[in-house]
Design a protein around this ligand. Sequence first.
Ligand code: PLP
Ligand code: TYF
Length: 396
Amino acid sequence: LFSAVEMAPRDPILGLNEAFNADTRADKVNLGVGVYYNEQGRIPLLRAVAEAERARIEAHAPRGYLPIEGIAAYDQAVQKLLFGANSELLAQGRVVTTQAVGGTGALKTGADFLKRLLPNAVVAISDPSWENHRALFESAGFPVQNYRYYDAATNGVNRAGLLEDLKALPARSIVVLHACCHNPTGVDLELDDWKAVLEVLREREHVPFLDIAYQGFGAGIDEDAFAVRLFAESGLQFFVSSSFSKSFSLYGERVGALSVVTSSKEEAGRVLSQVKRVIRTNYSNPPTHGATVVASVLNSPELRAMWEEELGEMRSRIHSMRLAMVEQLAAQGAKRDFSFVARQRGMFSYSGLTAEQVERLRSEFGIYAVSTGRICVAALNNSNLEGITRAITQVI
Ligand code: PLP
Ligand code: TYF
């Protein structure tokens, strides 16, 4: 049965973790995987999460099966976070939200549902994009193409190329867009870019699929939902996959959601029934713990305020690390202008380092980054920054 099974390639990012864990050097640093580490180099357990967990344990709550679509209080809290508490769409009952097994599970549920609706569609993702986007939509049976996005010459967005490529896609393609804190580049669209993209999508009848995995890590919770809210006002039907892995530091609990914007309450009911069918045939119903915790935090005024403060601390620590990195690289005499790092948003920076330079960082200095040059700025701290910037200065 298995004699002809070939070895599958490792995930380029999660594979790095394995190599990092096997490295015995005491001063090794992992700038590979997209995880937020605090100033002490640890994945934080947020105070708001600890509080909610304590209350939950004390309540000795039974662990029955959840509904297929997940915890209602969770789904509603997700909707408010994405669309805004006063959203007209929500009041009209036009948004279907189901709890998902992380942002990844939301993308896959959405992809499987879309495959039934548009079996011959093309899926378009940004060049570059999160490693898993292509594989995930291909595994749902879609051909996946790139649209131009990052411009290495300016460390910005290739605006003309982006719009041209979206126009050139077959009508009714599925277009995956990073709503904020683009992974891997850290380069986001500006307000006017979003408006221009929206008009092309409308013209070409493309189906937008907004992926938001870093809400609160860019400019703020509401600010980072800008694209979702712009699309909500547009009257278009679209998909949103969202994740609390980063914003609640609950990576391993797998807490995400899929939201589908429909054109009426009646349509929403039919869509929900089909999304539930996809979920049922994949894993029946979602897990309890993470979503219970997130719902208690979002629905309690005190815990919510605590969470917003903690998320704000993570966001501003990353920003100060960006500034410190630019400053230190200049101070070390790096023969390149790294000021763009301070303008990028979210956890990542596309540093411009080549695959060979990344390899030297690993072999000579025990510093792990993705071979594309992506580094996780959220893993920098005041103790490791000097060593990292010195090593970067040496390899370039
Ligand atoms: N989408 C993007 C753009 C991501 O960077 C990630 C990162 O993990 C995900 C989705 C998946 O999120 P999760 O870990 O919640 O599955
Ligand atoms: O891009 C990252 O580092 C995170 C974590 O298959 C991740 O999004 C990476 C690869 C993967 C799943 C999660």
